[in-house]
Design a protein around this ligand. Structure first.
Ligand code: GLY
Length: 564
C-alpha cells in the first residue's frame, strides 16, 4: 500500500497544481519530503527539491503556494516562525512574528472607562499586526536558500494566475462567508469568479489580484511587499478602515534570527522556537518532567499516563502565563531556570500521581487562542530540515483585505494581553510581559520543532491549534521518542490538552475510553470532549537507511506528504 502511495506521489509531483488527490497518510521517499496542509502545495515543495532546491527553498515555495491554496492560514498577511537544522546538525530559528504598529498603545482596546471594547482586538483593522511572512521567507531564502528567488516564487504565481482546483474545504468556507459570515464584504466577494459567482468544488479558482501581489514580491523581493505599490495599497487600506499600520511600520519591519530553545530527552536533542513563542520553552519543560517519570509502568493512554501528561501541561502553562513575552521587551525572562533539569525535579515532586492539582485562579490564565494556523515540514536529500509554522490568528485572520491586493490581513494583535493589570476568571490575563507596546511581538504558542539524533535531524514536526499546538506537538514528540510510534500513528493517536486555566482536560472524542474518563474524574480532573485537536505535519528520517517518512493529519483532508 505504501509503495503504491509512493508511486502515486511521484506521479503527482509533475501534475501538482491540477490534482485533488488526497495523500494524508504515511508516505516514504529516498530523496526528500514535504508535508503541508495542502497536498498540491506539498507537491510544489517536492518539485522544488527535485529541481535541486534545498529544504529552505522547498519551505519557501510551499509557504507561498499555501498563501494561494490554503488562505485560511497560509498567508502573506500574517507571520510565523522557522526552525532550521542543516545537515551538520547546526540549528537556528527565524522569527517573522507580526509586530504591533508604532502607533499602538497598551490602552488602545479600552473605552473611556478602561473596559475592553468587545471584538476590537480581533475583528477590526486595529487587530492587524505588521505582517512578517514575506520578510521572514525572504530572509530565510537569502541566507540559506539555493535556487533563485524567482524560481521558488513562480509556482505560487502560476497557481494564483492560472488557478487550481477549488476543494471542498474552500467551498465550505465560501458557503459560510456568503451565507452566515460576520458580514465581511471582503470575504463575501473573495471566493467568486469574474462574473461574481461562487466557485464550485473542482472548478478552477483564479486569484488575479493575488498573482499581481506575488509577481511584485517575485520581482522585487522583500521590497515588493514592504515598499512601492503594495505598501501604498496596504497603507491606503489602513487609512480607509481605521487601521494604524503606517508606511514607516512596513519599511521598518525586519525578521530576526534567534538561538533556538534547546532541550534533551533520553539522548535526543530537541530544538524549538524561543520567545516570542512560548512553544519551545513549554515543550522542553514538559519533556523534562516526563523524563523523570517511570513511563514503563504508566502504559500509553492509561489514566495514570494521561494524569501525568495533564499535570505537566498545567505547570508549563502556568509558567507561560507568568513569564513569557517578546524577548526584545522582556530582558529578564527566567529561561535558563524554566528549561533546567533541576527545576523539572522540583516540579515533578509537586505532582501527586493519584490526585489532580488545582490551578490557582488567583493567578493567571486566559482564553484559548485561535486554532487557525498552519504547519509545514520539509527535508532535502542532503539532510537539511525545516519546521515552519505561520498564521493569521483566526481562520481567515481579520477577514479584512483589499480586493486590489488579494490577500487577507491577520488579526494577531488579539494575542496580546488586552487590558493591563486585569486578569479575569474567564481567562483573560493582564500580565506585563505580553502587553501591547509599539513594535513589540505578541506572545505565540506556535511550536515548530526539530528533534535531532546523533547530530542529525530525526523528527520534524509542528501543528496549528492555538494553545493546543504546544500540547499536540509535545504528545507527538513523546509518542515517537518514548512510545516508538511510526509518525502517522504518533500524529493520529489520542491527544489531550490542559492549559492551566480553565482548569480542565480537553480530550479528543472517541479516542479516550469511558473507563479512562471515569478514572481521571475520580482523581479530580474535569473533562471536556472535542472532535479533534491540531493538524500535525511531520517527517521522520532514518539516516542509516536514508529513508524519509512523511505523514499529515487526517483531520485536514486536503493535506499531504509528498516525497520523491
Ligand atoms: N495566533 C496563534 C499563535 O500564535 O499562537
Amino acid at each position: 500500500m505504501n509503495i503504491i502511495k509512493s508511486i502515486i506521489t511521484c506521479a503527482f509531483v509533475s501534475i501538482f497544481a491540477l490534482s485533488s488527490t488526497v495523500l494524508n497518510a504515511q508516505t516514504y521517499a529516498k530523496n526528500g519530503m514535504v508535508v503541508s496542509s495542502d497536498n498540491g502545495s506539498s507537491a510544489v515543495g517536492a518539485d522544488i527539491l527535485q529541481k535541486g532546491g534545498n529544504a529552505i527553498d522547498a519551505a519557501v515555495a510551499t509557504a507561498f503556494s499555501l498563501a494561494v491554496t490554503h488562505p485560511s492560514a497560509g498567508n502573506i498577511g500574517g507571520g510565523g516562525f522557522i526552525v532550521f537544522m542543516n545537515s551538520e546538525g547546526k540549528t537556528t530559528t527565524i522569527d517573522f512574528r507580526e509586530k504591533a504598529p508604532l502607533a499602538a498603545t497598551n490602552d488602545m482596546y479600552l473605552d473611556d472607562d478602561g473596559q475592553l471594547i468587545a471584538g476590537i482586538n480581533h475583528e477590526t483593522a486595529k487587530a492587524i499586526g505588521v505582517p512578517g511572512t514575506v520578510a521572514g521567507l525572504y530572509y530565510a531564502h537569502s541566507k540559506y536558500g539555493k535556487l533563485p528567488w524567482a524560481t521558488v516564487l513562480q509556482p505560487a504565481v502560476d497557481q494564483a494566475k492560472n488557478g487550481f482546483l477549488f476543494n471542498w474545504s474552500l467551498f465550505n468556507a465560501a458557503t459560510y462567508f456568503t451565507t452566515e459570515g460576520n458580514g465581511s464584504t471582503f470575504m463575501d466577494g473573495y471566493f467568486r469568479n469574474e462574473e461574481g459567482t461562487i466557485i464550485q468544488p473542482n472548478e478552477t479558482w483564479k486569484q488575479p489580484a493575488l498573482a499581481e501581489t506575488l509577481i511584485l514580491i517575485r520581482d522585487n523581493g522583500r521590497d515588493g511587499f514592504y515598499k512601492g505599490k503594495t505598501a501604498k495599497k496596504i497603507v491606503d487600506f489602513m487609512k480607509k478602515n481605521d487601521g494604524i499600520i503606517s508606511k514607516k511600520d512596513l519599511i521598518k519591519y525586519e525578521a530576526v534570527e534567534r538561538e533556538p530553545i534547546k532541550g534533551t530527552y533520553k539522548g535526543y536533542d530537541i530544538y524549538s522556537m524561543p520567545p516570542p513563542s512560548s512553544g519551545g520553552v513549554a515543550l522542553v519543560e514538559m519533556m523534562n518532567l516526563m523524563e523523570l517519570a517511570d513511563l514503563k509502568t504508566l502504559e500509553f493512554n492509561s489514566a495514570g499516563h494521561l494524569h501525568l501528561v495533564a499535570e505537566a501541561m498545567r505547570r508549563a502553562f502556568a509558567d507561560r502565563a507568568e513569564h513569557l513575552g517578546d524577548p526584545d521587551f522582556n530582558l529578564n525572562m527566567p529561561l535558563d531556570k524554566l528549561l533546567s533539569k533541576e527545576f523539572a525535579k522540583n516540579r515533578f515532586q509537586e505532582i501527586n500521581m493519584a490526585k489532580a492539582s488545582v490551578s490557582d485562579s488567583s493567578k493567571f490564565g486566559r482564553l484559548y487562542d485561535s486554532e487557525n494556523t498552519t504547519h509545514l515540514s520539509t527535508m532535502d536529500k542532503d539532510g537539511n530540515a525545516v519546521s515552519m509554522t505561520y498564521t493569521l490568528e483566526y481562520s481567515y485572520g481579520s477577514q479584512l483585505g483589499s480586493k486590489d491586493l488579494g490577500f487577507i490581513f491577520n488579526n494577531e494583535m488579539g494575542d496580546f494581553n488586552p487590558q493591563p493589570g486585569i486578569t479575569k476568571s474567564n481567562g483573560q490575563i493582564g500580565t506585563a510581559p505580553n502587553l501591547v507596546e509599539p513594535e513589540k511581538r505578541m506572545l505565540s504558542s506556535m511550536t515548530p520543532t526539530i528533534v535531532g539524533k546523533n547530530g542529525k535531524p530525526y523528527l520534524i514536526i509542528g501543528s496549528p491549534g492555538g494553545r493546543t499546538i504546544i500540547n499536540t506537538v509535545f504528545q507527538t514528540v513523546l509518542n515517537v521518542l518514548e512510545f516508538d510510534m511510526r509518525i502517522d500513528k504518533a500524529i493520529e493517536a489520542l491527544k489531550i490538552h490542559h492549559q492551566w486555566l480553565p482548569d480542565h482536560i480537553i480530550y479528543e472524542k472517541y479516542l479516550m475510553s469511558p473507563d479512562t474518563r471515569k478514572a481521571l474524574e475520580a482523581m479530580g480532573h474535569t473533562l471536556k470532549e472535542r472532535n479533534n485537536m491540531g493538524a500535525l505535519m511531520g517527517i521522520t528520517y532514518d539516516s542509516e537507511k536514508k529513508l524519509f517518512t512523511g505523514a499529515s493529519d487526517s483531520s485536514q483532508p486536503d493535506s499531504g506528504a509528498v516525497g520523491y
